[in-house]
Write a protein that binds this ligand. Structure first.
Ligand SMILES: *Cc1c(COP(=O)(O)O)cnc(C)c1O
Length: 423
């Protein structure tokens, strides 16, 4: 039996319809495609992560790239969660809800000088440095600003997380982080330089990982390396073990063993030679299962042996299926249907790769019916585009039976507002 609450803990079924908390999605039938977030579900995952790590000095940093809407960021800020960012644009967003960047980490494999300057000027907690050249650039900017740069170094612990190759980041051939050998040289340089203050170490091994073992292996290797640093009199303040915890997209996905994982991590840190603060950076885990996308079936089309539900949301709104062959669970809004059929659920975009689901078993629908696409909170709206000149969708946040608009639907004028018509 599929439990829809596995995909959205605050979901309810009433009058044979899906509700988000106590909000009736039928109210949105003229507003598709639309993203609906649940405050209760956001709080649920915040508490789950906080509880798992409550027995250790842990700070949570939400990875902004998973969903960067400033209303979502505001909720995390109100819950004492910091931010992990990868661009000046994300830093700018954080500064809409925070007075400075004292609770923000700046990661990313290719930071420009002006981005590093922006981070330092706004008192960034730490810059996660990913190469020797970037360390030198950081030093140069810090000297220019006459400001000490707190840095951590992203190491590549070379573990295989067994996830989709596009989201594995710690294989030997990966572009992310540096080897322990290079990291040692970088820490030594940083220790020597007055304008660099090495305070932490960081790894992030990939995304949508369900097993705790690759993380624990990476942690062990990194702790061994911290012992080497200690011999060089380099004492760190924190270890940042990244994010990447898997979430439920398909009924077959397991649940990430968060509590067990946290216990094992805490145990290792409690037994370590000296006290290190723990930083974690979940993105997907906090936000993926807090939202749904509602879309309408415009047409049903049958070709030889295939049936297509052609929807008003496409790969520009909901890019993960086309981008990663990702599975998202989809269910009709009305729960009074009996017959099952196998269909392709597709968008209106002129690409064969434009689909929400392929060869999917679903309760038989009619034209005009609404579909609820689950696990829509992470890497969906933040990856949405205007391809085919389609305005991006509206987003609302539900609290009980009420809602607020957190992003207006784009207009046709928005589509061309940066374009200049020459002679
Ligand atoms: C993307 C990213 C994360 C978050 O990954 P999730 O899979 O969303 O948890 C954390 N840290 C860094 C450095 C990242 O690039």
């Amino acid at each position: 039996m599929i439990n829809l609450k596995d995909f959205l803990p605050s979901l309810n079924i009433k009058d044979r319809k899906i509700f988000v908390e106590n909000f009736d999605l039928e109210n949105l039938k003229k507003e598709t495609p639309i993203f609906v977030y649940s405050k209760e579900a956001i709080d649920y995952f915040i508490n789950k992560v906080k509880n798992a790590f409550k027995d250790y000095d842990t700070k949570i940093f939400y990875a902004v790239k998973a969903n960067s809407n400033i209303n979502i960021l505001k909720i995390y800020k109100e819950n004492d969660i910091g931010f992990d960012t990868v661009s000046k644009g994300e830093l700018f967003r954080v500064l809409k809800v925070e007075k400075d960047l004292e609770n923000t980490i700046f990661s990313g494999v290719g930071k420009r000088e002006d981005e590093i300057e922006y981070a330092l000027k706004n008192n960034i907690l730490a810059i996660n440095v990913e190469s020797f050249s970037e360390l030198k650039t950081t030093l140069k900017v810090a000297q220019k600003l006459n400001k000490i740069a707190n840095i951590s170094i992203r190491v590549n612990p070379e573990v295989n997380p067994k996830t989709h190759p596009y989201i594995a980041t710690a294989l030997k051939k990966s572009k992310f982080g540096v080897s322990f050998k290079d990291a040692l040289l970088m820490y030594k340089l940083a220790k020597k330089e007055k304008y660099l203050n090495p305070i932490g170490i960081h790894f992030h091994i990939g995304s949508q990982i369900f097993e705790k073992e690759p993380f624990l292996e990476a942690l062990d290797k990194t702790l061994e390396f911290i012992k080497v640093l200690k011999k060089e009199n380099i004492i760190l303040d924190f270890i940042d073990i990244g994010g990447g915890w898997g979430v439920k997209y398909s009924p077959n996905d397991p649940l990430f063993p968060l509590e067990d994982f946290a216990k094992k991590v805490i145990n290792k840190l409690k037994n370590f030679e000296y006290k290190l603060k723990l930083f974690v950076e979940p993105g997907r885990y906090l936000i993926a299962n807090t939202a749904i996308m509602l879309t309408k079936i415009l047409y049903i089309k049958k070709n030889e042996d295939k049936t297509f539900y052609i929807c008003d949301a496409g790969m520009n709104d909901f890019p993960r299926p086309s981008l990663y062959q990702a599975y998202h669970y989809i269910e009709p809004l009305y729960q009074n249907k009996e017959d099952i059929e196998i269909v392709d659920i597709v968008g209106p975009i002129c690409e064969s790769g434009d689909f929400l689901a392929k060869d999917r078993e679903i309760k038989k629908c009619q034209e005009g019916d609404l579909l609820v696409c689950f696990s829509a909170g992470a890497y969906t709206m933040s990856m949405a585009s205007n391809y085919n000149s389609r305005p991006r969708a509206k987003e609302i946040l539900v609290k009980k039976d009420k809602h607020i608009v957190i992003r207006k639907r784009e207009t046709l004028e928005d589509l061309i507002c940066r374009e200049i018509l020459g002679d």
